[in-house]
Design a protein around this ligand. Structure first.
Ligand code: DX5
Ligand code: ZN
Length: 217
């Protein structure tokens, strides 16, 4: 299985985003958390900042939209040059139409699930998707504790993805660290967001390598 490590710049220094992205050169890309203070109780950054990040780095941009009405906003992030755009299915009004629109813009289309949202009602959507993001904390903040209760859902999602036969990444977001990444791999995940674990480390790039080694073992 190909393992991907995508550090979340939510835990980077927002005054030095370019510097902090350059400090994780061994990563597979950068995870960008967009929050609107409605879908989640926090406010981060939006389209103009993503457009500037796009100009500042060739790294794969993995946009995680924690916003209401992603149908209205997600395509603009694909238009800005993000390789992957993920919307929360709890917020999307027309997830199939939105996923098709993102793909027509040549972005990977991702669907995110909060910890209490089951995968089964959305299993039929898998052929429309390039990624499923399973939140392993309640979305909104970095540095929270990993929720083990999400592990069975990761296993069930892996089975559904394998049955679908598609090239669908299974991404885990929230509390990923040296303590938890192996449990996620065992459950079937292949793509990992890590915010505080990477950017609080003395050497962020070495932590990316450590997480990859643990996941690849
Ligand atoms: C939380 C965000 C995450 C966050 C993860 O709502 O979606 O991407 O940055 O941070 P850690 O890895 O510290 O849990
Ligand atoms: Zn995220």
């Amino acid at each position: 299985m190909v393992i991907r490590i995508l550090p979340s710049i939510l835990s980077a220094d927002f005054a030095n985003i370019q510097r902090d992205i350059e400090a994780i050169a061994g990563a597979d890309g950068v995870h960008v958390d967009v929050m609107d203070n409605h879908f989640v109780p926090n406010l981060t950054l939006g389209l103009p900042v993503v457009e500037s990040i796009r100009k500042a780095t060739p790294a794969l941009l993995d946009i995680h939209l924690m916003i209401e009405n992603p149908d209205r906003w997600a395509p603009a992030f694909a238009e800005a040059g993000a390789e992957s755009v993920t919307f929360h299915v709890e917020a999307a009004h027309a997830p199939i139409r939105l996923a098709r629109e993102l793909r027509s813009q040549r972005a990977r289309a991702g669907m995110a699930l909060k910890p209490a949202t089951p995968i089964e009602p959305y299993a039929d959507l898998l052929p429309e998707l390039d990624m499923v993001l399973i939140m392993t904390v309640e979305p909104g903040f970095g540095g929270q504790k990993f929720l083990d209760l999400c592990l069975p859902k990761i296993e069930r999602t892996r089975k559904l993805i394998d049955a679908s036969g598609g090239d669908i990444w299974l991404e885990i977001d929230g509390g990923v660290s040296v303590e938890t990444i192996e449990r996620c791999v065992a459950a079937g995940a292949d793509t990992f967001v890590a915010g505080s674990a990477v950017f609080a480390a003395d050497d962020p790039d070495a932590m990316v390598a450590t997480l990859r080694d643990l996941a690849d073992a």
